[in-house]
Ligand binder design. Structure first.
Ligand code: NAD
Length: 402
């Protein structure tokens, strides 16, 4: 009998972790990891590339440099869809790839909520390409002011005030004052607006902690509009609703960070999904498809404690990768699978390089410089989890003292 084949789709935090952990378990199986790029990127740090505070090379590394290539075969290809009834993956270049066990860890895409103009006139932050495009756009607009004297070149709107938006705002408000000197534009004409649909900003934190973060950004010149859902994006304008009235903010740079959905491949493969996420069983397998694990951004796992699915964070993705590898090894050894469990180590958002806000283990709050240190140690921990000690040394954050 031929060896069973495990195919892992996606080399983000979850897929890469699955491949790394499974290769350590000495299972009698062929393991193939498929990813559309030959590099992994730290999706939690895309905002830095988009803001221009870090180059893409800082948050990326080659996949084959961190996996055991004697045990895991890496295949650079793009997944078109999964034929789950015939246990095959359709790939853009390779064609069909059969599997005995499948791990779907295909990550996220930008969510437009069907709002007109989003795809045409705003810049999402969902991968290296889009983050670099956002950075080039912003830099071009700022540099152009000297020639155009058009104040719209100095106007930026960030759509949504979730973590990605807040962290992006933290970075640009650190960098733009420096650019003002080299590109020679007046800081007092720079206009940065953040527009949020919900009535409360940063509701995941205590009111005091959230306010601390917002005050830092306000002091750096950000204007927040709250309880003001965005209704349309036009060329150089964001239309939002305030007290039942439609209003506009004009800008040459419009950043779309209002949330994400799971990969479109999930829906195209006929899985029952909502916003690209499939509600999975406790062991992370898909009901009716015992050979398919669905993890991270494409899956929704019920958190028994809160009664809501776990959020989609890197910390959870890494833990799900470990759990999927463990359950795959158990299945390959004819043992029963185990339920996924997760204890959060906390949540921290950076506000530029030297400030952070967050809640860590035991509900303890951290803020300011201490928050940024905790944030950097979280980035380093993730790097070690999906990379190697060498990756950590090259890409880690050790600039603690500024
Ligand atoms: P999000 O869903 O956390 O935030 C999006 C925000 O946009 C929300 O506040 C939402 O109310 C707002 N919004 C949605 N539609 C809108 C509209 N039409 N008009 C105005 N506002 C609108 O999305 P995200 O920031 O992309 O994060 C995605 C996931 O990744 C989340 O689970 C988040 O917790 C996680 N994440 C975590 C970190 C961290 O731990 N530091 C950093 C980034 C992202």
């Amino acid at each position: 009998m031929s060896r069973p084949r495990v195919v892992i789709l996606g080399a983000g935090y979850a897929g890469l972790k699955t491949a790394k952990e499974l290769s350590k378990k000495n299972v009698d199986a062929d393991i193939i990891l498929v990813n559309k790029n030959d590099y992994h990127y730290e999706s939690t740090q895309l905002h830095e590339v988009a803001a221009g505070t870090e180059p893409a090379s800082k948050i990326t590394f080659n996949i084959v440099d961190v996996i055991d290539t004697k045990k895991v075969q890496f295949l650079k290809d793009t997944v078109i869809k999964v034929d789950k009834d015939n246990k095959k993956v359709l790939l853009e270049n390779t064609g069909e790839l059969a599997y005995d066990y499948l791990v779907m860890a295909l990550g996220f895409e930008s969510e437009t909520f069907g709002i007109p103009g989003v795809d045409d006139y705003s810049l999402p932050l969902v991968n290296i390409k889009t983050a670099e495009a956002a950075q080039a756009h912003l830099d071009r607009a700022l540099a152009n002011y000297q020639k155009s004297k058009d104040e719209l070149d100095l106007s930026i709107v960030v759509c949504g005030a979730g973590f990605t938006s807040i962290e992006y705002l933290g970075e640009i408000t650190n960098r733009i004052p420096k650019l003002a000197k080299t590109m020679n534009f007046p800081m007092d004409k720079v206009k940065i607006t953040c527009i949020e649909a919900m009535p409360t900003l940063l509701p995941m934190f205590s009111e005091k902690l959230g306010q601390f973060g917002i005050d830092v950004l306000k002091k750096r010149g950000v204007t927040f509009k709250v309880g003001t859902p965005i209704k349309e994006i036009k060329e150089h304008a964001v239309v939002y609703e305030e007290n039942g009235e439609l209003k506009e903010v004009h800008a040459h740079t419009i950043i779309w960070t209002t949330g994400v959905k799971g990969s479109h491949v999930v829906g195209e493969s006929g899985f029952a999904e909502r916003r690209g996420r499939v509600m999975v069983e406790k062991d992370l397998r898909v009901e009716g498809y015992p050979d398919v694990f669905m993890i991270s951004d494409v899956s929704a796992v019920m958190d028994e404690e809160s009664g809501r699915p776990f959020p989609t964070t890197a910390q959870i993705a890494i833990k799900q990768g470990e759990a999927a590898a463990n359950n795959l090894a158990r299945l390959l050894n004819n043992q029963p699978t185990e339920a996924f469990t997760f204890k959060s180590l906390g949540t921290v958002a950076s506000i530029g390089n030297n400030v952070g806000i967050g809640q860590i283990l035991g509900g303890k709050e951290v803020k300011g410089y201490m928050g940024s240190i905790v944030k950097k140690s979280i980035i380093n921990k993730s790097l070690l989890a999906v990379g190697t000690a060498g990756t950590l040394l090259k890409k880690g954050r050790f600039d603690y003292y500024h």
